[in-house]
Ligand binder design. Structure first.
Ligand SMILES: NC(=O)c1ccc[n+]([C@@H]2O[C@H](COP(=O)([O-])OP(=O)(O)OC[C@H]3O[C@@H](n4cnc5c(N)ncnc54)[C@H](O)[C@@H]3O)[C@@H](O)[C@H]2O)c1
Length: 250
């Protein structure tokens, strides 16, 4: 008989979180650690104090340097004693400006991090997960994977690509027991939105567009990530779950 008390169990699960030094990724790290998981963070940030106090593995790296990702992944896997249960692709950047003003190298940087590093890490993870016949890959997409953005067209295009990759990789790997899914946060209170949050008028304009009438907290994303990281979602793959206070339903 199925033991339903195990459905959301993360105890002993080995997890890589990219972008886990701050924001949404850091909230995942804190929550998953509390739930008993073993975690390694890949991040460019120097904000490691909180990670070391949580006893979380950390590899400082620039994931835009895609040719080095194999090495970073190998180091992370070693820290996890050669097994990986969950990969969370959370590192991401946005640059806001009208399309006509976007320098070409900005497009390249956004795609290198938001799309290519996610693709490369997911492939490396899938090879390891296939050996054990199970694994979970969780990609941070966005509501602008579905609707267009305003003044951040390369970011929106990159998140559209994340959604398509989620579906395509799921098609390939579901047969090996690997589920690939995406979470689409709405407007969340993190540094990524600091320019908007510092402007009370713009902050309120965004708030007015949200049926829940408030910005999301990084903690609001954790439950969905936990669902997608555990047995509870073993027959859920290739989908996107919006966590957006209702924005996409408007
Ligand atoms: N905040 C939102 O409103 C929102 C909405 C939709 C989607 N998202 C997505 O959620 C994810 C997390 O966003 P957040 O709001 O927590 O952002 P954040 O800026 O607070 O955190 C991003 C993390 O990525 C790391 N990072 C940046 N560049 C890197 C690089 N080159 N190599 C390695 N690590 C790098 C940063 O150091 C940081 O820890 C992103 O993929 C973002 O696109 C955020």
């Amino acid at each position: 008989m199925t033991d339903f008390t195990e459905l959301f169990n993360l105890k002993g699960k080995k997890i890589i979180v990219t972008g886990g030094a701050q924001g949404i990724g850091h909230e995942f790290v804190k929550a998953f650690k509390q739930a008993g998981a073993e975690i390694v963070v890949l991040d460019i940030s120097d904000k490691v104090a909180s990670l070391s106090s949580l006893n979380v593995g950390y590899i400082k790296c620039d994931l835009m340097e895609v040719e080095k990702i194999k090495l970073y992944f190998k180091q992370a896997l070693e820290l996890l004693d050669g097994k990986l249960d969950v990969l969370i692709n959370c590192a991401g950047i946005i640059k806001r400006s009208p399309a006509v003003d976007v320098p070409l190298d900005t497009w390249q940087k956004i795609f290198n991090l938001n799309v290519l590093s996610l693709f490369e890490l997911s492939r490396l993870a899938a090879v390891e997960m296939k050996k054990f016949g199970q694994g979970k890959i969780i990609n941070l997409s966005s509501i602008v994977s579905i609707v267009g953005a305003y003044n951040s067209s390369p970011y929106s295009a990159s998140k559209g690509a994340v959604l398509q990759l989620t579906k395509s990789l799921s098609n390939e790997w579901a047969q090996y027991g690997i589920q690939v899914n995406a979470i689409a946060p709405g407007y969340i209170l993190t540094d990524m939105n600091s320019d908007i949050l510092q402007d009370s008028v713009r902050k309120k304009e965004f708030e007015d567009r949200i049926p829940s009438k408030k910005w999301g907290d990084p903690q609001d994303i954790v439950g969905t990530a936990m669902f997608l990281a555990t047995k509870a979602s073993d027959y859920v793959t290739g989908i996107l779950i919006p966590v957006d206070g209702g924005v996409l339903s408007r």
